[in-house]
Design a protein around this ligand. Structure first.
Ligand SMILES: Cc1cc2nc3c(=O)[nH]c(=O)nc-3n(C[C@H](O)[C@H](O)[C@H](O)COP(=O)(O)OP(=O)(O)OC[C@H]3O[C@@H](n4cnc5c(N)ncnc54)[C@H](O)[C@@H]3O)c2cc1C
Length: 263
């Protein structure tokens, strides 16, 4: 069972080449390491007319723009709240003005801040991939995808601010969080490098997360995601692992029954 995370699971398979699997374990299709995805994420801050004393802000999210709909022919993604920002946090952010601002101004911003997290789907591209050289050094080649819906989701949120009693033209990018423009080594929601599918030519594992080529090899981390969607991945990874666990119990149980019947 492999669950080393999308980059390291691919690495382990790629460095496990042998005479039987010269291209890496379970990699006759050359799919291991490909289709690396994370998320087009944007952390933004709006300013409310009213004070925002919320402590557990992260409990709210909405999927009204998750699918194509009025005004957009394609899915835009998910809008959720992110942990409530505090004045000292702004000091660590990118714009130099934030670092130099007097503390009372930051305190005032924090009192009125409403913090959003926007997630747009990253699309699987075979060229976005993990490779490993002869010394075992992992390289990630990545080009961003799906930029237009990402911008449109930002615009969509901006268009709703006034009716939410927030400053209409103030939607600031937060730089304290993961963003696409930080180095790729900072990615968090990695997935896709051993995609699940029914065709061994275009996928690494089958629907039960069993490697097409190796009967007793399973992958249960986010590597198996054929798409990343626009919601956080951890619960999906956990739910899928439980599903695969049930499959294994069934498979091993069936084997035990055959063994005891033959005795
Ligand atoms: C800063 C940050 C914030 C995040 N916030 C959220 C969030 O709010 N919600 C959400 O849903 N997701 C969030 N994520 C993403 C989430 O953590 C991942 O999607 C999830 O943990 C992926 O699970 P996984 O099993 O694929 O891999 P991981 O959880 O990364 O587990 C892989 C494990 O394998 C181990 N490993 C690696 N190589 C080897 C090896 N060769 N041998 C043995 N062990 C090895 C690693 O040490 C690690 O313990 C966040 C991630 C980060 C980094």
């Amino acid at each position: 069972m492999l669950a080393c995370g999308a980059a390291n699971t691919a690495k382990l398979l790629l460095i496990s080449a042998s005479d039987e699997h010269p291209n890496g374990l379970a990699n006759a299709s050359d799919q291991v390491g490909r289709n690396y995805m994370f998320h087009n994420s944007q952390a933004v801050l709006a300013l409310s007319h009213d004070e925002n004393p919320t402590v557990f802000q992260k409990t709210l999210g909405l999927n009204d723009f998750y699918f194509a709909g009025k005004g957009h022919d394609y899915p835009l993604g998910n809008i959720q709240m992110v942990g409530k920002s505090q004045a000292p946090m702004y000091r660590g952010e990118k714009p130099v003005q934030t670092r130099l601002a007097p503390h009372w101004t930051l305190e005032r911003i924090a009192r009125h801040a409403v913090d959003f997290w926007l997630s747009t789907e990253d699309l699987p591209r075979p060229e976005n991939r993990v490779t490993v050289d002869g010394d075992g050094k992992l390289t990630l080649a990545y080009t961003a995808t799906n930029e237009t819906p990402k911008k449109q989701l930002h615009k969509q949120l901006g268009s709703m601010l006034e009716s939410l009693r927030m400053e209409p033209d103030h939607l600031f990018h937060r730089f304290a969080y993961m963003k696409n423009d930080i180095p790729v080594a900072g990615v968090a929601h990695q997935a896709g490098t051993c995609r699940m599918g029914s065709d061994p030519e275009t996928s690494v594992v089958d629907r039960d997360c069993r490697a097409h080529e190796v009967d007793n090899l399973y992958v249960v981390d986010t590597s198996v995601f054929p798409s990343i969607g626009a919601v956080n991945p951890a619960l999906t990874a956990m739910a899928n692992s439980l599903r695969v666990g049930d499959h294994l119990l069934e498979r091993l149980g069936a084997r035990a029954e055959v063994a005891s019947a033959s005795v």
